[in-house]
Design a protein around this ligand. Structure first.
Ligand SMILES: Nc1nc2c(c(=O)[nH]1)N(C=O)[C@@H](CNc1ccc(C(=O)N[C@@H](CCC(=O)O)C(=O)O)cc1)CN2
Ligand SMILES: Nc1ncnc2c1ncn2[C@@H]1O[C@H](COP(=O)(O)OP(=O)(O)OP(=O)(O)O)[C@@H](O)[C@H]1O
Length: 205
């Protein structure tokens, strides 16, 4: 069963990610930002979504800061649980340094009454968190299916916006992930060491 295999891999990759030292985390975040700001897709983007790093994830905070200074609109995911614990995720407008509220997973998300969400189809680029990735654009997430549901439309029309950029520490690469039908694939993967464009990904330069 894929789900047992995925859970096992997820646990070990998350444990590995949590071992990364604070100084290596800082360096990795800088290297990541330097790589992303060179991309044409980033320079052209008006609406950029990322996430609030947690659990040893590589931090997109420097990049979001850069994006805000460039006058781009920034967004963070906000999760919601509906009837029968149905999981939903939206992208809420975010200004770096804005106060965040911690969700049930201990991850900061935009709070407050202003519900300034933008449709996922109207974002230009999304920096996607992941537990593991492979060179084909395969992604292993945290197991909630939040990103898979939110960007399911990309599986039908891969050329459609937004560009999904998986970001990770290089040590999160695995040779081949178990992939299910519903899994989204990444258009490009950027780590602190490299940029990987899966064969069916769009041209990035
Ligand atoms: N930084 C960040 N934000 C994100 C995600 C992410 O992967 N990274 N998400 C990507 O989807 C969504 C949140 N998804 C998550 C799903 C599971 C767990 C998690 O820690 N699960 C625990 C069990 C917790 C519980 O059920 O009480 C675990 O597996 O140990 C965290 C986030 C939206 N925001
Ligand atoms: N498009 C979808 N529609 C309905 N259910 C889905 C969809 N995508 C994923 N799921 C459900 O979500 C659950 C978790 O999937 P999976 O383990 O692939 O999550 P993940 O990609 O690791 O998580 P995340 O995207 O939150 O980081 C699965 O049980 C799956 O049935």
């Amino acid at each position: 069963m894929n789900s047992a295999l995925k859970n096992q891999l997820r646990q070990s990759l998350r444990a590995r990610r949590r071992q990364i030292s604070p100084s290596q985390q800082q360096l990795a975040a800088q290297q990541l930002m330097q790589r992303i700001i060179k991309l044409r897709a980033y320079r052209r983007a008006r609406h950029v979504a990322a996430y609030q790093a947690s659990d040893g994830e590589i931090s997109p905070a420097l990049l979001l800061h850069h994006a805000a200074l460039q006058g781009k609109n920034c967004y963070l995911p906000r999760i919601r649980f509906g009837c029968a614990d149905q999981k939903h995720m939206s992208f809420q407008r975010y200004h770096p340094r804005q106060a965040l509220r911690v969700n049930r997973y201990g991850i900061g998300e935009p709070a407050g009454l202003r519900y300034d969400a933008r449709s996922p189809t109207k974002l230009d680029i999304v920096l996607v968190p992941l537990a593991g990735f492979d060179k084909n654009g395969g992604r292993l997430g945290m197991g909630g299916g939040f990103y898979d549901r939110c960007f399911a439309f990309k599986n039908r029309k891969p050329q459609q916006k937004p560009l999904l950029i998986g970001i990770a520490h290089h040590s999160q690469e695995v040779s081949a992930l178990p992939i299910d039908d519903w899994d989204i694939s990444l258009d490009v993967i950027i780590t602190d060491r490299t940029m990987i464009v899966p064969r069916r990904g769009r041209s990035m330069h």
